[in-house]
Design a protein around this ligand. Structure first.
Ligand SMILES: [Zn+2]
Length: 166
């Protein structure tokens, strides 16, 4: 999947699942990471697209967040969420991702072929389904969006204080 479409789908998915602007922004910013980390050295869709590598630290960060919430764990957790979204999105494609071993055979859902019209269609379908889900859960009401914007302001001012005070 192209980065623009990774950004769109990751943004839509994380916003409707978390309802949070900072979480959505962090995950969206991280949505190209599995391709970026290949650094043109690692074969495409191998080691950096092996899903079990990011899942393990994501679980650890999730647990750390429950025990002791903080900006660092929160940011790392949502970077990993963006990372995992990228892999899920690639998994929907024809070429898929390696599920069994990092350099082994790839498995995919064959819903689209990268760079073809079908990629656009699947991107649209994912965003549309997410939007419908979010709509039904009241994420697009004025009251909710105002509150989410408020939470974003609290998050940002808190973060500035946190890092300045170190
Ligand atoms: Zn990829």
């Amino acid at each position: 999947m192209q980065w623009r479409n990774h950004r769109l789908t990751t943004c839509a998915l994380t916003f409707v699942l978390t309802g949070s602007f900072p979480a959505t922004a962090i995950a969206t910013a991280a949505s190209a990471l599995p391709d970026v980390l290949e650094l043109k050295l690692v074969k495409h869709r191998t080691l950096t697209h092996y899903p079990w590598l990011p899942v393990f630290p994501a679980v650890l960060m999730w647990r750390a967040m429950q025990n002791e919430p903080g900006y660092i764990v929160y940011i790392i957790f949502f970077i990993l969420v963006g990372y995992i979204c990228h892999l899920a999105e690639d998994f929907l494609s024809n070429s898929g991702i390696p599920l069994w071993s990092p350099f082994g055979k790839s498995t995919g859902c064959h819903l689209y072929v990268t760079h073809s019209v079908s990629e656009g269609v699947i991107t649209f379908a994912v965003v549309a389904m997410a939007a419908m889900y979010g709509w039904r859960n009241g994420l697009f009401t004025q009251a909710y969006l105002m509150q989410a914007a408020d939470n974003l302001a609290v998050f940002l001012t808190g973060m500035v204080h946190h890092f300045k005070g170190r």
